[in-house]
Design a binder for this molecule. Structure first.
Ligand code: C5P
Length: 303
């Protein structure tokens, strides 16, 4: 058995450019890996199977070939001419369909686990190339830390970061589909005419974000949190606006929709204010988890 672990993420900055011909958008994002992990255990088997357990709502996690972990294992087997299969068990801690890259972490951890189990001999670069084929956020879960993503979000360059940021996450009891949120953004841009809200031609990450990450200063980072998918996510789920408000009234430096949502990520000044915020949001009957970032990317925990 091989046990691999990969982190979820928060996009502390996400600018969405135009819709490209392949159906993807040109983006510029600053990713931070956070301490919510997906644990994947892999056993040798004749065919491919997956089961899920964990601390999050598992009701929408598929256990057939449409599960991204199975896709990852099959892709690796195909590319390395591996004849057998694998039995995968995923222990999930990243909210499902929450905008925090839980499925991407499953794919990244599965690639690493199967690579070790099958002793494929692939290089890190080979695995990263496979990660890119599986989804825009999979390479980042593989590398972790803090990084800038361009293209679909999969062209990564590391960013300097200091210290540890404290996050409080309000987890919704529903999911949002990433393509639906992107489509809502496109519709919004058409409704309000490209002249008024033009899609940035070549989106880039604001220099202030990089400076805040380099300084390890949560107050600075709070000023620069930005997500183009926030407005469409709020339009699709207006109840999220109240959650954002509640966090900001209870000591959060700032709140942001994580990725395509619906998880809301609140940045706290320090551990004490994060704990206070967690208590206040829990008292308002929200599902709340704390996380810190940045953390390492996918790695083997043991066998
Ligand atoms: O790459 P991934 O499978 O995570 O993307 C899911 C969907 O999100 C895509 O099919 C696309 O609709 C949307 N997307 C996008 N532009 C990106 C990343 C994702 O439009 N850069």
């Amino acid at each position: 058995m091989v046990h691999a672990r990969a982190p979820g993420k928060i996009n502390v900055f996400l600018k969405v450019g135009s819709l490209l011909e392949d159906g993807y958008h040109d983006v510029a994002s600053a990713y931070q890996a956070v301490s919510l992990y997906e644990d994947v255990r892999a056993w040798p088997a004749d065919d491919f199977s997956v089961s899920a357990s964990g601390t999050v709502d598992l009701s929408s996690v598929p256990t057939d070939g449409s599960n991204i972990a199975i896709k990852a294992a099959r892709l690796l087997a195909r590319r390395t001419d591996y004849r057998g299969g694998v039995r995968l068990e995923i222990e999930k801690h990243v909210p499902v369909a929450g905008g925090m890259g839980g499925g991407s972490a499953d794919a990244a951890a599965t690639l690493l686990a199967c690579d070790a189990l099958w002793a494929t001999g692939l290089s890190r670069e080979d695995l990263l190339a496979l990660a890119t084929e599986l989804g825009s956020d999979v390479p980042f879960s593989f590398t972790g830390g803090t990084a800038i993503g361009t293209g679909r979000g999969d062209q990564l360059s590391p960013a300097l970061a200091k210290g540890t940021f404290q996050w409080v996450l309000a987890v919704a009891d529903f999911g949002l589909s990433t393509p639906t949120v992107y489509q809502e953004l496109d519709r919004h841009r058409v409704r309000h005419s490209q002249d008024i809200f033009p899609a940035p031609v070549a989106p880039s990450v604001d220099a202030n974000v990089l400076q805040a990450l380099r300084a390890g200063d949560p107050h600075m980072l709070a000023e620069t949190l930005y997500n183009d998918l926030q407005a469409p996510a709020l339009h699709l789920e207006p109840s999220l606006a109240k959650v954002l408000e509640l966090g900001e009234q209870n000591g959060a430096l700032a709140g942001i929709v994580s990725g395509s949502g619906p998880t809301i990520a609140f940045l706290a000044a320090d551990l004490d204010s994060a704990l206070e915020l967690q208590i206040a949001l829990s008292a308002a009957r929200l599902t709340v988890v704390r996380a810190t970032g940045p953390v390492h990317g996918a790695r083997i925990i043991g066998d």
